[in-house]
Design a protein around this ligand. Structure first.
Ligand code: ADP
Ligand code: ADP
Length: 226
């Protein structure tokens, strides 16, 4: 579902944020990406959702070569990829309903279908009672569940999350991770960047470790193959 072939990415000359990274994430996998601050975790995720393109190498996502993607092809890729962030990135002046509906509006869904689907996903997230609230009225855990509803409402093939539990307490972390597991069980490939060791250790999933832009460990791949 996601392939990196010898991918390097430099924001500035001679400063590789990612350095010769090769990895494969098959359909239905659940992987954590971890490593110290500045290791390249966010950069790696941004390459998957085509917010960046690599300086070297190839990135293939859902059969599409992101490296050669033109601006007009990016929206098609984004249909397959839901993304959530540590700071949620909800629109503060829109309601919960409107924040989640946006995903389907840009895909051209009709109003009635949007209403049904948004109510359904918010019910799954335990947020239906807050449908008319604006994000600032919600706790951090609630905001993250709305962000997850927005990312998952169109049943994306891939869910990406960048430090999704960074601002949350243990109970909210557990709720968010349960939603990731549920999406994964229903077939979504999940990739989560986090430096939260407890989250990783309690989950028993594949872990990719980055350090200074290099892939230094992947517990799915025997060491000699790295
Ligand atoms: P992580 O998510 O693991 O903390 P990042 O992918 O954000 O790491 O950053 C990797 C490296 O790239 C760091 O050295 C960081 O300073 C640098 N970097 C990230 N974003 C930018 C940017 N927009 N411009 C210049 N350098 C950047
Ligand atoms: P938690 O500690 O579980 O993350 P909070 O204690 O922040 O949550 O919030 C508990 C409840 O109070 C939540 O349902 C939240 O929506 C509501 N709430 C929190 N802050 C506000 C606010 N400023 N205005 C209205 N409701 C709020």
């Amino acid at each position: 579902m996601i392939q990196f072939h010898n991918v390097s990415m430099s924001y500035q000359r001679d400063m590789a944020a990612l350095n010769d990274v090769t990895l494969k994430v098959p359909k239905g996998d659940f992987v954590f990406v971890t490593g110290p601050s500045g290791a390249g975790k966010s950069t790696l995720l941004k390459l998957v959702y085509a917010a960046l393109s690599p300086s070297k190498g190839q990135v293939i996502v859902d059969g599409q070569n992101v490296t050669r993607m033109t601006r007009s092809q990016i929206p098609l890729l984004r249909r397959s990829v839901g993304v959530v962030f540590q700071d949620f990135k909800l629109l503060p002046n829109r309601t919960v309903l409107e924040n989640v509906a946006i995903t389907l509006e840009v895909l051209g869904w009709g109003k009635r279908d949007i209403g049904k689907k948004v109510h359904h996903i918010l019910r799954l997230m335990g947020m239906e009672h807050k449908i008319n609230a604006t994000p600032l009225r919600l706790s951090g855990g609630e905001q993250q569940r709305v962000a997850l509803a927005r990312a998952l409402v169109n049943d994306p093939k891939i869910l990406l999350a960048d430090e999704p539990t960074g601002n949350l307490d243990d109970e909210n972390k557990e709720q968010i991770l349960a939603i990731f597991r549920e999406a994964n069980i229903r077939g979504t490939t999940v990739m989560v960047a986090t430096h939260d060791r407890r989250v990783i250790e309690n989950s028993h999933k594949r872990v990719i470790i980055l350090d200074k832009g290099r892939l230094v460990e992947d517990n799915d791949v025997p060491k000699q193959e790295l």
